[in-house]
Design a protein. Structure first.
Length: 509
């Protein structure tokens, strides 16, 4: 059995064309998952009008998908190592397509949150398999770096492509269409993947530890919830309790992994300074880019008054930048150094965020596009190099668990980017002054979200509605500027930290 598994694992290397066709399928999967994390940004105003979620519900709709993925990735990466990464990928693709229908036809905020959570479960089965299969298909280090570069470019670019896809669909269809687009893509992925993807698994994986699965999920979800709620509403007994539960669950998970013969995640990897540095850089790179794109989507539509498609096209330079540096990342890291590439990429994202501190309702397309392009350049470079570092640091039999660490950082970064930067935006926004004479109902709706303010303004006399909307837009802009400043400081600090943590780290040659 072991010999058969090894032969099947290595067969993906025998034909060059087959390798790159298999990579195309994997890139399609990761691109779709990445797009789904941000495509909702442009749809938020339409969804708000239809489902009328509260401000807190709106944040949960935006980030529960990434929270669930982050909580399950380590478990699913380990499961793929055991049952087969191809099998897990194709099963997840079918589930992803089916659950997308539930998202498209959600009829209440609660149903939408639940449907996004289920989509996160399905997404968690896709992400670890893609990078793990690359590790097993491409054995040559330089070829693998190029493959990881293409994968990383898709992952980074997907964050920015989401608004373009969403913009086009929202110009022509209702908001649910941003989910139905998943169906034909997943159909192609499954039909082609069955033919071209090689199966691979750990030949001697040991049992899948269900208590560890539960501890991982509870720990990540509870900690992220606590951070999100504390940032938005201050410290209260509920989020403090969640923080304690989450930290204890993660500590228990870590200690349990050290005692298992076949752990879900080998915690000894984190003793390596370069591995830990790469994980940190992964997380904060995506935190900066995803938070920027998510809230800029709303700013462009609800403050500057642009159409969804126009807003999406303005964000396209981020994808262009991410693709450019993603493809060149392996070469640059070998030519200079890993730490130069990662620290430089993080600094570029920080500069892009700093540029948004001065945005206003009159900021032009060139200035916005330039900031996004620079941010995309940095994200593509840093994320791709760190993914390559993480993947090349483990034996190929553990590729699923190692790639899950990379993607956990990616998804957690996406979720925290929306939650933490969003909490800054929301906290400042809710404090704006309501013009005199605005009815209590309209004032309450306006304080919930900027989309609520737009709708409330339509129900008021023209001058009163214009005053309410102007006050709300100014508050949202101020919140966005502040969040961008906070994100910039965090990214600059991470760039400096990565310079030291990744000292001496090299890619395979």
């Amino acid at each position: 059995m072991t010999g058969t598994t090894r032969r099947t694992t290595d067969s993906g290397d025998t034909r060059s064309l087959g390798r790159w066709l298999a990579l195309a399928v994997l890139v399609l999967a990761v691109l779709l998952v990445a797009v789904d994390a941000t495509v909702l940004g442009l749809a938020t105003p339409f969804l708000s009008e239809d489902l009328k979620p509260s401000g807190t519900q709106l944040l949960w709709i935006g980030d529960i998908y990434s929270f669930v993925i982050a909580g399950l990735l380590v478990s699913m990466g380990s499961l793929g190592d055991r049952i087969g990464r191809k099998k897990l990928l194709l099963t997840g693709a079918v589930a992803f397509g089916g659950v997308s229908v539930l998202n498209a036809y959600a009829t209440s905020p609660e149903m939408m949150i639940a449907a996004r959570a289920l989509l996160g479960v399905a997404g968690a089965t896709l992400m670890p398999s893609t990078l793990a299969l690359i590790r097993n298909i491409f054995h040559d280090p330089k070829e693998r770096s190029l493959a990881v570069g293409i994968w990383g470019a898709a992952a980074s670019a997907g964050t920015a492509v989401g608004p373009v896809v969403g913009g086009f669909l929202l110009e022509n269809f209702w908001w649910g269409s941003v989910f139905l687009i998943n169906l034909p893509v997943m159909l192609v992925l499954v039909l082609v993947g069955i033919k071209v993807l090689p199966e691979s698994r750990d030949p001697d994986p040991g049992p899948w530890d269900l208590p560890s699965v539960g501890l991982s999920l509870v720990g990540v979800m509870a900690v992220v919830y606590a951070v999100k709620e504390a940032a938005a509403n201050g410290f209260h007994w509920d989020n403090l309790t969640a923080a304690v539960v989450g930290v204890l669950a993660l500590l228990w998970f870590s200690r349990r992994q050290l005692t298992l013969d076949s752990p879900l995640l080998d915690m000894r990897l984190f003793h390596h300074r370069g591995f830990s540095g790469a994980v940190l850089a992964d997380l904060l790179t995506i935190l900066g880019l995803s938070g920027l794109v998510f809230f800029l989507s709303q700013f462009l539509q609800l403050v500057q008054g642009r159409s969804p498609l126009a807003a999406g096209l303005i964000e396209l330079p981020a994808a262009v930048g991410a693709v450019a540096t993603g493809l060149a990342a392996g070469y640059l890291a070998r030519k200079a150094s890993v730490r130069s590439a990662v620290a430089g990429g993080l600094a570029a994202v920080a500069v892009a965020l700093a540029g948004c501190v001065w945005v206003s309702a009159s900021t032009g397309v060139v200035a916005l596009g330039s900031a996004l392009f620079f941010g995309g350049l940095g994200a593509g470079l840093a994320f791709t190099v760190t993914s390559d570092v993480l993947l090349s640091s483990v034996p190929k039999e553990q590729a699923g668990a190692a790639s899950a660490v990379s993607e956990t950082a990616y998804e957690l970064g996406t979720a925290l980017g929306i939650a933490l930067l969003g909490s800054v935006v929301t906290g400042i926004y809710r404090g704006f002054s309501i013009p005199h004479g605005v009815p209590a109902g309209a004032a309450e709706a306006a304080h919930e979200s900027l989309g609520g303010a737009v709708e409330a303004a339509k129900t008021l006399p023209h001058d009163q509605g214009a005053a309410l909307l102007s006050s709300a837009q100014d508050a949202f802009t101020h919140g966005f500027q502040t969040a961008a400043g906070v994100g910039s400081v965090v990214l600059f600090a991470t760039a400096a930290t990565s310079w030291f943590l990744l000292r001496g780290q090299k890619l395979d040659v």
